[in-house]
Write a protein that binds this ligand. Sequence first.
Ligand code: C2E
Ligand code: CA
Ligand code: CA
Length: 522
Amino acid sequence: MVGIISNQGFIARIGGDEFAVILNNIIEKEQIYTFSEKMITKVKEEPFIVDDYELFVTVSLGISVFPQHGEDCKTLMKNSDIAVNHAKDMGKSKAEEYNSIMDIYSYKRLSLENDLRKAINENKLELHYQPKVKVSTGEIIGAEALIRWNHPDWGMITPADIIPIAEETGLIHSLSNWVARKVCLVLNSWQNEGLNLIPISINISADRFISADFVPNITRLLEDNKLDGKWLEIEITETSILANQSLVEKTINELNYLNVRVSLDDFGTGYSSLSYLTRYKIHVLKIDKSFIQDVSVNSSNSTVVKSIIQLAHGLGLSVVAEGVETPEQLQFLKQQECDEIQGYIFSKPVPVSDLLKMLRNRVLKPNVEKQSFYENKRNYFRVELYFPMSSQMTIIKFKDKEIQLGRTEILVEDIGLGGLRFLSHLLLSVNHDIIYEFEVEILGEVFNLKGRIVWKEENEEGIFRYGVEFLISESEREVLAKILNNLSLQIRKNPLVPNCRLVQSNKYSYIKNQIKNNNTTS
Ligand code: C2E
Ligand code: CA
Ligand code: CA
């Protein structure tokens, strides 16, 4: 390694398995990447010999450049650290340059990574349950357990954040055990109280499903809690079935022996080979919500859903439609004789106490009221933008700590004196202790406005909409009022007002592209 660096810079061990390299006399950025490649290859190719063992290791590199990514040592180190975490996310043997768009994301991820193990051990995770409803009668005939984590700083964390971290860190095993145990305890307590049981399903990742102690653990849990296997169901995805086919088959057979049913989750999204529907002894197909979403308007998806239901019935499988939100979708699925429905139209995932209340009635009615999330949420007047405004956001205060992070692009949909509304791919929490700063350009004038997130809503797959309440002084508000008045007058004449960084393309595609570009820049 020292050889690669030679007289170009320094290398030092800064702790554990972390090293820092300083390169000087860099004229072109390309040089940094050539250098990184050399380091990665060198480490990968040459084993370390410890006693008689050859150890192969890999290295991930995070790059920050002076002065672009920081003007002092502390900031440069911190940003390299963020970059190295991003590099690890991207897989092994990767070099990533610090990129401010990753900032809030990386910061959050780093903090969650640090806390997850403790949260599992200290029983800080929770399960929410979403009922499955029999289409013909409206009766609740099952529920799915879905993990949640009410993090003290980041608020309610959903599986989209938890599962990838758990999988990467190997915590998925203890997490899955925790989920299975918790569900068995709940069923056991219902059984002891003489309540009617319903089957509860749990989600199991590929790694966990084929690990040697998975079935023994389930067997023990059922025994310890005196439960018949029919009350516990396992959901696996299409993709995990492909991982190791003979092991998957063996596991499914062993579960069947325990009377535990297996469902195929997210059906249609992975590599949908029909051959495994006959090969594996699964009982239920769950049609992914992406097919259900536009079922009543999109005839090609309607055809797909119709065919899946027929196919499944032909094979003697039961069908669950996921993500059912509207009466039209429900109506369509009823006509197609879909067996079960799981979706917001009946209920969101709820804590166990709420599920119990629902179970008292047994029957759920579809909730047909349109939800209005952000109407009348602000007292001050606001300017609705026809084209969203590309703006920058950063966190400036985290609890009582002032912090310095890079900026992330967001799209502002409306702005008023009280706050603004924006779209982002980042999942953030409604937490009054996290203070953000928004840089918006209105008619050529740049404003830095402090605020906090007061509500959020998941909009499209993976895109979030947030409501922000400003934390600004009266004098700042006065200045803002003048320019916003001006803005609203101009918008009436021409929605595409100049000098506001307005985005003309479709806002959702714009954000999705942002994520894509962000993942490919290196
Ligand atoms: P999934 O297994 O497909 O779970 C269904 C997801 O769809 C849940 O999201 C649920 O809240 C959401 N959903 C249900 N009905 C609707 C609807 O009408 N509209 C919309 N837009 N969404 C609906 P959630 O809870 O965020 O879970 C996401 C994924 O995380 C799950 O997808 C599952 O794959 C995974 N997951 C959750 N808990 C666990 C766990 O304990 N272990 C493992 N390995 N994965 C888990
Ligand atoms: Ca599932
Ligand atoms: Ca699913």
